[in-house]
Design a protein around this ligand. Sequence first.
Ligand SMILES: O=C(O)COP(=O)(O)O
Ligand SMILES: [Mg+2]
Length: 215
Amino acid sequence: MKAAIFDLDGTLVDSAPDIALAINRLLADRDVPAQDVSFIERFIGEGARTLVLKLYAALGVDAANLDADVARYLAYYRANPVENSRLYADAGPALATLHAAGIRLGVCTNKQQELAEIVLDRLGLLPLISVVVGADTTPYTKPDPRPLLHTVAALGVGPDETVFVGDTGIDRDCAAAAGIRCRIVDWGTGRDVAVADGMRLTRFADLLPGPAGAT
Ligand SMILES: O=C(O)COP(=O)(O)O
Ligand SMILES: [Mg+2]
């Protein structure tokens, strides 16, 4: 393995509390009661627009001004992107070890690229990541395989030398369409995703080559 590419929300970072904060500010503007983080979390993974659209559908909120509402949600989220967000599991030490071992690291997320970079920076991971591809980096978003293939190409490795780590069926399907090996994390919403044998990842250290890891 020469490179490891990570999804961001739900995989590296438990960002749901800050996303929920911004969503609940948006809902308050619409006179809709605040929702639990665990409820909002179910709609994260397909980008901001789909998040608001699916949430509105679930709550019976009128989506006639969706574009303006998505823009307002993003403005709220940008204002406070890392108040309560935390790294999952052993992300900090394991990514540092992978980086030190010469493995190229990338992020492929359906979050906007700049927001992803802000979150990664604030949580101390950005210096380890060579390439960040977000929802607005290419004309496509996951599960389309092209953002992931773009990340692989930008890292300068071959698809068969890479593993992609994610937390949703969208990540799993994106990796399958790109022909890239995939691991799905065993925390957050990742636990609910159906995976084939050997796809489950219980700690990032298991990505390390050699005796410390299983890859
Ligand atoms: O912002 C989102 O919808 C999800 O982003 P992710 O691709 O990092 O999970
Ligand atoms: Mg995710």
